[in-house]
Design a protein. Structure first.
Length: 72
């Protein structure tokens, strides 16, 4: 089964605010699906999006986010 993230969870993965994530969704810059009023982000598509960003791969990005959350 495909894992779906809320906008807040996707924003946390990207280390941006929920508002910034919603703005990027509105501009079609983030992968997302709409079910009525509900907006979700498929985890697999978000990972592919992160991997496509220039200059860093998904593992490095995740490590940086984890380190920032620990305060290192």
């Amino acid at each position: 089964m495909k894992r779906l993230l809320t906008v807040r969870e996707a924003a946390e993965e990207l280390n941006i605010t929920e508002r910034a994530a919603r703005q990027r969704i509105y501009r079609h810059q983030l992968p997302h699906r709409r079910w009525g009023r509900k907006v979700v982000v498929p985890a697999a598509e978000l990972e592919k999006f992160i991997e496509s960003l220039p200059g860093i791969n998904a593992e490095e990005a995740a490590a940086k986010v984890r380190a920032a959350r620990r305060g290192q």
